[in-house]
Ligand binder design. Sequence first.
Ligand code: GRF
Length: 197
Amino acid sequence: MTITIGILASGNGSNFQAIAQAITDRKLDAKIGCLIYDKEHAYVKERAKHFHIPSYFVDVKQYPSKEDFEKAIVEHLQEQNVQLVVLAGYMKVLGKTVLHAFPQKIINIHPSLLPLFKGKSGIKDAFEAKVHQTGVTVHLVDEGIDTGLILAQKTVSIDEDDTLETLTEKIHAAEHELYPAVIQNCIDGRYYAIRID
Ligand code: GRF
């Protein structure tokens, strides 16, 4: 049976696009139930329109507390019967309300080989550290920042002639390949840590 995923994003949405395209191309057997975004002008909403995927802007400013904000997110996800929550450039730290509503069912992609270079500027930090290799990581989401159980990683070399821009492009290309494949593995039950009912 095709499972339904819900995507949370804040910005450009190239990973959203890669996932939606993989579904269209039948490389990923899933349905995107909805996109939830928390920045009004995030380009990801245009991408959702293109794929005819329902999207909801949930604005933290409209809620008295983080808990209420997250309750609104959970309501949308549950309304669409989402079974797996996929963070794709979602820039807020998830709180207990969402985590408890989807235990062991939330994944994130991070642009470094975790546990190295956690945080908001993983690509730049690796570039400035002059390491020869960095990469991308898909992990389960827990209450920490980029700390959950690692499900899969893909390495990316940093070559002599790479600039931050070329490295960023290489990282995004790696993400777009890895994320749909990992989601399919989650669906197929290849990660014991993930539970999809
Ligand atoms: C990606 O680099 C992802 O690893 C990080 O945020 C970025 C989102 O990019 N978590 P996009 O919005 O999917 O283009």
